[in-house]
Design a protein around this ligand. Structure first.
Ligand SMILES: C[S@@+](CC[C@H](N)C(=O)[O-])C[C@H]1O[C@@H](n2cnc3c(N)ncnc32)[C@H](O)[C@@H]1O
Length: 249
């Protein structure tokens, strides 16, 4: 089943926003000026794009295939240029961007080899690419896997694992820089926001499991929410950093 982001656009911003820690990580790793060209690839409703524009005042661009997601982004900030595009066609000239990032996108890409080739084309030599995703191990250790075990199988099927991503990137002109993970021990009760996110199927994986599996997990989740049960987990995200090397003439 295909995820329809034009449909999800209606409710996307009810439960999803930019993650400040992610943006801080970009800022710690790179320096930005008003001359820097940044691309948010698969920018959705522009939450990260607009935040990065506010913080850096660099030239920030977003590329997004789903018209209704992109329109929400355009409505948020007219200083950011949002264009229609996808992994096959990024509507910018060669060697244009200093930095490209993608948050929560790679598992939607049908052919990551094609994507890396296209990203490599629009990135400058010496430019950086950061892919924010989750490894298979991180997917297995999500705290909600206990409520929705069916999500683990569907997620591992659509998320390329980190070695596969690195191999495809390096086959298509990138060099590996480093991997950072944000795994840390957490213990807290279920938030109202998370419950709302699940009720609204705010993560696309909830559209890939049966309604019965969703309803059943939601009933257990509501129960634990009402009792303020403390949940322990350690799963975070993976930041994969790559570079486009300078050419030796
Ligand atoms: C989970 S959303 C993430 C949106 C945004 N990056 C964020 O973190 O809020 C995934 C996004 O990937 C986009 N997407 C799906 N297929 C794509 C493709 N082939 N090329 C680029 N983006 C794609 C979707 O339209 C959607 O907006």
């Amino acid at each position: 089943m295909e995820i329809d982001y034009n449909e999800l656009a209606k409710k996307y911003d009810l439960t999803r926003k930019e993650n400040v820690d992610t943006i801080n990580r970009f800022l710690e790793n790179l320096s930005f000026s008003e001359e820097t060209n940044i691309l948010d690839f698969g920018c959705g409703t522009g939450n990260f794009t607009c935040a990065l524009k506010r913080i850096t005042n660099a030239n920030v661009y977003g590329v997004e295939p789903a018209d209704k997601m992109r329109q929400k982004a355009i409505d948020k900030n007219t200083d950011v240029i949002f264009e229609k595009g996808n992994h096959e066609k990024i509507p910018f000239m060669d060697n244009f961007f200093d930095f490209i990032y993608m948050t929560d996108v790679i598992h939607h890409i049908p052919n990551i080899n094609v994507m890396f080739k296209e990203l490599n084309r629009v990135l400058k030599q010496g430019g950086s690419l950061c892919i924010v995703t989750e490894s298979h191990k991180q997917i297995e250790s999500r705290f909600w896997a206990k409520y929705f075990p069916a999500t683990v199988k569907v997620e591992k099927k659509r998320y390329p694992d980190i070695p596969e991503i690195v191999e495809s990137a390096t086959n298509n002109g990138f060099v590996f820089s480093k991997i950072e993970t944000t795994d840390a021990n957490h213990k807290h009760s279920i938030s109202k926001n998370f419950l709302m996110l699940v009720e609204n199927k705010g993560y696309s994986m909830f559209h890939l499991i049966s309604n019965d599996d969703h309803e059943c997990g939601l009933a257990d989740l509501r129960n634990d929410y009402s009792k303020q049960v403390k949940i322990e987990y350690s799963h975070g995200e993976t930041f994969l950093w790559l570079k486009k090397p300078f050419k030796n003439w």
